[in-house]
Each structure stands twice: as C-alpha cells, then as structure tokens.
Design a protein around this ligand. Structure first.
Ligand SMILES: Nc1nc(=O)[nH]c2c1ncn2[C@H]1C[C@H](O)[C@@H](COP(=O)(O)OP(=O)(O)O)O1
Length: 208
C-alpha cells in the first residue's frame, strides 16, 4: 500500500533552527530542538545531550579490546556492569567519557586499564559515530586496542570493581546469545561486532 509521504526525502535539506533546554542535570540535558524539514515546515524534536563534552566533537570512547596470547584463541574483552537506566546488567565494550584536553586514543588506553586492568596498544580509531541518533546527540570514537596477553603486565590484570569477561572470538555470537538468555542485556555495538565476525568466519561459497 502506498503511503502519503512528504517530498523531497533528501535529509540534507533539513536544517537546525534552535535548541532550548527543557531540563538540565549534571550529566545530561533534555533539549527541544526546532528544525525545518525539506518542505520548509518547522518541526520539533526532543533530544538528550551530554553536558560533559569538552572541545572535541565526541563525548566518549568505546574500546574494542582484542586479547592475543601465544597458542590461544583470540578473545574480546567485555565488561559486565549494572546500568541504572536499564535497571539491569549489561555486557559492553569498556567505555568512558573523554576528559578535558584528553586525546581519544589516550582515553581509550586509560579506560581499558581502569575498567579491565589490561594495558594495550591502539590499532584503529573510528571517526565520531553516533549511538542512538533518534534519542541523543552522543557520539563516540571506537578504538580497537590490541592486548599482548603474554607480557608480564597483562598476566594478572587487576580491574577496579567491574566484572571482566573475556570471550573467545570464535564463539562470540553463541556466548552472547547464552548471556542474553540468562538475563544480561548485550550492547548493540558488541552484538553487531559478533554478527559481523561470525559472517566473516563462514567459509566462502564457491560458485563453479
Ligand atoms: N547519564 C549519566 N547520569 C549520571 O548520573 N552519571 C553519569 C552519566 N553519565 C556518566 N555519568 C558519570 C558516572 C561516572 O562517575 C562518570 C564517568 O563515567 P565513565 O566511566 O566515563 O563512563 P561510563 O563507563 O559509561 O559510566 O560519569
């Protein structure tokens, strides 16, 4: 069935008009944004903004930590923590807000050490990527960090108070599904990473 849609559907023609705080706390603000859609019609949108952003254009980093050990399967290091907005425990990549004057790569290494006890070397950084664009302006840099599990500093990592869960890469998707069945809420970044990794690991179909 055809739906009555407004034209043109080119999002680039939309533009911001103004933003007003509806409420503001220490960590986040609730804004009402007024914008003009591509037809020229003025509309509003309610959105969450982090109040903690410094000079950069991202709020936080999320770390994809890959633990490599001699003769052992690579693992991705996840953390389990209580998240008040969900009133539940999540399985996430280590992550954290970027401090004032802090470089996102430094932030990634610091957050990884604080949350998991591991010391790693950044191998890749994403541009600012959004998390939940219908809800919030919050963006992160995703930093892939390699951890050499055979060096002394990483043999007995001491995390602060967060539960650290290393998961073998070759069983990541199954392990996440198992945790989800048992009540953990898996972060969408982690789940997407697992689905993509599982697809990559599948043998290629050979067309004769
Ligand atoms: N939305 C938030 N509400 C809060 O009441 N407190 C918050 C919010 N976001 C961050 N924080 C606090 C909690 C921590 O004390 C600090 C630093 O958080 P950080 O470790 O950098 O990030 P998370 O790992 O995602 O908590 O900010």
């Amino acid at each position: 069935m055809e739906q009555d849609q407004e034209k043109p559907a080119n999002g680039a023609a939309s533009r911001h008009v103004k933003s007003e705080h509806l409420a503001k706390g220490k960590w986040i603000a609730l804004n009402q944004i007024t914008y003009r859609d591509p037809t020229g019609k003025e509309r509003t949108w309610e959105a969450v903004e982090r109040t903690t952003r410094h000079s950069g254009d991202t709020d936080a980093v999320a770390v994809i930590p890959i633990l490599k050990r001699m003769l052992k399967c690579d693992c991705v290091i996840l953390i389990k923590q209580y998240r008040p907005p969900l009133n539940g425990y999540t399985l996430e990549f280590p992550a954290g807000l970027i401090d004032k004057d802090e470089d996102p790569l430094e932030c990634a290494v610091r957050e990884l050490k604080e949350e998991t006890g591991y010391t790693g070397i950044p191998k890749h950084i994403s541009p600012g990527v959004c998390l939940d664009p219908g809800l919030s302006s919050s963006t992160v840099n995703m930093v892939t960090v390699e951890i050499d599990g055979d060096v002394e500093v990483n043999r007995r990592p001491l995390p602060e108070f967060i539960e650290v869960i290393p998961v073998r890469m070759d069983t990541l998707l199954d392990t996440l599904n198992e945790h989800a069945k048992n009540g953990l809420i898996v972060h969408s970044m982690v789940y997407t990473y697992a689905v993509a990794s599982a697809q990559m690991a599948k043998p290629k179909k050979i067309v004769p």
